[in-house]
Ligand binder design. Structure first.
Ligand code: GDP
Length: 449
């Protein structure tokens, strides 16, 4: 995986300490890094150029506040601009404000996820108390018609049958008719896709659009498509008045740069994100969060704000390497970490701000009370660890009752406190395991730059 933007920038930032403002001089190198980060996230080149020009305009002359470096400040500008571009207009729900049935036309290449998304949308709409009908216009692949039937049933919606011998427009109009007679609120029309842009496919979907006059025309695009997404988006945009985008397969390991390209090229809002193959794997698109993903840095900005100077970069690096190499997290590391946390405004605030992906999607098992105590007792904890022999620090499993008594006496505390420390250490060890391969230490290193 490409190194994160903030990491790249922090390397540059070292050469510009003490500069209080983003200037024409220092911005060029930084923008080059931003450009690389966007290209690595698969944003299409013309879109990158455009975007960089906008960021430059916004960034020039910006004051660099507090303890942030110009690089960190620029990350902030880039993140904000990215979120604004991808999310312009705020969260975009489906528009159903029309005489029922509200017709939703699904467009996109074969394999993009149209059929799956049709069923997911059916489920989403049923959740909003809508009566939903689906129909497939894919007369070329009988299997696709069957697939829609299966997933529609899974979604709990009704499916309108179509025959491979019929014309897509006729099928769709029959479905509209049926939907009217049976008081459906929404009709979702799945369409045939091809593996690549193809004039016959475009003509057909244009004809469908003309006949149906849908209130929503959704362009479904695979986030893993990367650079190609821009050409596909262009072709669909020229063929159809798109009202929204669904970005599928965001659960894959793509950095999701296609979102920016597709948004920019079509001008249509990204309404939903597909996040699994399952029927409930659809979310409203969250531009803020996605901007972090494109930049490869999670929800790092709040953390940037909190981190003060004084992180020991070398120690952090050593620890990061150690965790990465799988050689384990021991009490020696714990000690070094405790000391660093002290410099960063305390454990509890920091843990709160860690991106969810780094803590396994939930708040770590350390409760608020534990965290407060951790802060208050940092000195004590240091004292206890320093009373251990180097071997004991590397192999905490050696710490049986008699050794604990000796350590407690050495540190001037009760044995219970030694036990408590070992508990906290184990919890931290568990967290470090989850963060393996790019965790907190790597982040601390970036931000200390
Ligand atoms: P269509 O040809 O455009 O109708 O595409 P399909 O709906 O048949 O989807 C193609 C493949 O992508 C199927 O294997 C789906 O299960 C898968 N798929 C669709 N959306 C998602 C998603 O959001 N995440 C994942 N992981 N897979 C998806």
């Amino acid at each position: 995986m490409a190194s994160a933007l903030s990491e790249r920038l922090s390397r540059l930032v070292k050469t510009m300490r003490g500069q209080a403002r983003i200037t024409e001089d220092n911005v060029q190198d930084m923008l080059r890094e931003v450009r690389m980060a966007l290209l690595e996230a698969d944003v299409a080149l013309p879109v990158v150029r455009d975007f960089i020009a906008r960021v430059k305009e916004k960034a020039l002359g910006q004051e660099v506040v507090g303890s942030l470096s110009p690089g960190q400040a620029l990350v902030g500008v880039v993140h904000k601009e990215l979120a604004a571009t991808m999310g312009a207009g705020g969260v975009a729900e489906l528009n159903l404000a029309t005489q029922p049935p509200a017709v939703i036309l699904m467009a996109g290449l074969q394999g993009a996820g149209k059929t799956t998304t049709t069923a997911k949308l059916a489920r989403h709409l049923i959740g909003r108390k809508k009566k939903v009908l689906t129909v497939s216009g894919d007369v070329y692949r009988p299997a696709a018609i069957e697939q829609l039937k299966t997933v529609t049933q899974q979604a709990g919606a009704e499916w309108f049958p179509s025959q491979a011998s019929d014309q897509p427009v006729d099928i769709a109009l029959a479905a509209v008719d049926y939907a009217k007679k049976h008081y459906f609120d929404v009709l979702l029309v799945d369409t045939a896709g091809r593996l690549a842009i193809d004039e016959a496919m475009m003509a057909e979907i244009r004809a469908l659009h003309a006949a149906l006059n849908p209130i929503e025309t959704l362009f479904v695009v695979d986030a893993m498509q990367g650079q190609d997404a821009i050409n596909v988006a262009k072709a669909f945009k020229e063929a159809l008045p798109l009202t929204g985008i669904v970005l599928t397969k965001l659960d894959g390991d793509s950095r999701g740069g296609a979102a920016l390209s597709v948004r920019q090229v079509t001008g249509a809002p990204i309404k939903f994100a597909g996040v699994s193959e399952k029927i409930d794997g659809l979310e409203l698109f969250d531009a803020e969060r996605h901007a972090g993903r494109v930049l490869g840095m999670g929800d790092i900005l709040a953390l940037v704000e909190q981190v003060q100077q004084g992180v020991d970069l070398q120690a952090a690096q050593k620890l990061a390497d150690k965790v990465k190499s799988g050689s384990g997290f021991d009490l020696e590391d714990f000690l070094s970490q405790i000391s660093q946390m002290k410099n960063m405004g305390g454990l509890s605030g920091l843990i709160d701000k860690l991106p969810a992906q780094m803590t396994g999607g939930k708040t770590p098992q350390l409760g608020a009370a534990d965290m407060d105590r951790a802060e208050r007792d940092v000195r004590r904890m240091e004292g206890i660890i320093r009373s251990m022999t180097p071997l004991e620090r590397r192999k905490p499993e050696l710490l049986k009752a008699s050794r604990k008594r000796r350590i407690a006496a050495g540190a001037g505390v009760q044995v219970q406190e030694v036990n408590r420390l070992l508990n906290q250490f184990e919890q931290m060890q568990g967290m470090m395991k989850k963060m393996k391969g790019g965790g907190m230490m790597k982040m601390m290193k970036r931000m200390g730059g």
